[in-house]
Write a protein that binds this ligand. Sequence first.
Ligand SMILES: Nc1nc2c(c(=O)[nH]1)N[C@H]1C(S)=C(S)[C@@H](COP(=O)(O)OP(=O)(O)OC[C@H]3O[C@@H](n4cnc5c(N)ncnc54)[C@H](O)[C@@H]3O)O[C@H]1N2
Ligand code: MOO
Length: 391
Amino acid sequence: MDDPITPAEADAIIASSLWQPATDRVSLVEAVGRTLTRAIHADRDLPPYARAMMDGVAFSSSSPPHWIQGLHAAGDPPPTALSAEHAWEIMTGACVPADCDTVVPYEDITLEPQGEELQILQILETYEPGQYIHPTGSDALSGEVLVPADRIIGPAEIAIAASVGLTELEVAARPRIALISSGDEAIPVADHPQPWQIRRSNGPMLEALLRRASHVPRLVRHVPDDADVARDDLHDALAQSDLVILCGGISKGKRDLIRPLLEEKLGPPAFHGVFQRPGKPLAFWSGPPLVFALPGNPVSVLATFTRYVLPALSQLEGSDLQVPTRPSPPELQPLPHLTWLLALDAAGNPLPPRNSGDFVSISGAAGFLEVPPAPDCTDRLHLRFFSCSPS
Ligand SMILES: Nc1nc2c(c(=O)[nH]1)N[C@H]1C(S)=C(S)[C@@H](COP(=O)(O)OP(=O)(O)OC[C@H]3O[C@@H](n4cnc5c(N)ncnc54)[C@H](O)[C@@H]3O)O[C@H]1N2
Ligand code: MOO
């Protein structure tokens, strides 16, 4: 399709090209950042025993204590019965014996040695039965869902999985990703540029965006504006990947050869051109593999990756990205006929670049506000905000 389309039309085409992810099994710590596909259940009550929450003494409130019977530490099995007017010294994390209903921390008692036994001289504070005891099953009961499927796995979910004995987790399979930047003027970062050259910044930016979303591309290349040289790399990428992300060489220039090279293998794009700024020359092929060809200007790369590629990646992993809304910054003038992808910093301040090559101006960008074109932009309170690093 060669006529530009709206962002909503582009979304619909992309959504209809996505597939349900297969599943992988990965070790616990490797699961961070992945999407869970099988819910995690409690294998027993949580906590599994009444847990002492303070280092101190445990006793029965019906028999206020004067004497220490012994030490009951974390990891010890339940001790013998407690004698009248006695207490156990108890450590945080120990199981509270069944005949105790109160824990008082060391700070609230005084202990004085007397012969072989320790005498409790005084409990300094009033206490309530049940205090500093984390009751059995008060967090969750055996069999309860602790983490639903579809949840992105973070450190807390890893802890929960470990606590119920899972050494591996079932997660959505990751797409195999290839990243290809292009352009004769863009030289390796470590090389010394001639005055008419620039260093390649789009590739590292895209790789950083992917890595922050917990994706590591399998193939990363830069191709020159020469079809015969670029063809092999492009065809390799298509053959080895589920998702190919390209940047540059997709506009109307005489040496913009990305589209013709992709067409050799994939035919015409599903769309080429979206009514938006930046990023109007965005092109997309449904594949397989899915191909996003992002316009080469650095601000366009960041905006179109954030607005289109990140949400598609989330859906490919079985998690539906929630796009929050924000009110428009004051005095914002929507663009005529074009949706505006406006960079905002973490505090919500606009970072309007002078043009989409001006990537210095978007340092600190946290995401992009989608401002519909004038005159359709009627709801200024609920503009969608696409985060550069959704979690
Ligand atoms: N006749 C027209 N010309 C252009 C149009 C148009 O509609 N008609 N659209 C403009 C817009 S908008 C954009 S965005 C750019 C996109 O063009 P390309 O995707 O072909 O990108 P390039 O021309 O290759 O590069 C654009 C710009 O970005 C710099 N660049 C490219 N690659 C890198 C890299 N890896 N690292 C850093 N910087 C990079 C490149 O040097 C250019 O300055 O087209 C307009 N033209
Ligand atoms: O779409 Mo271009 O990205 O405006 O500079």
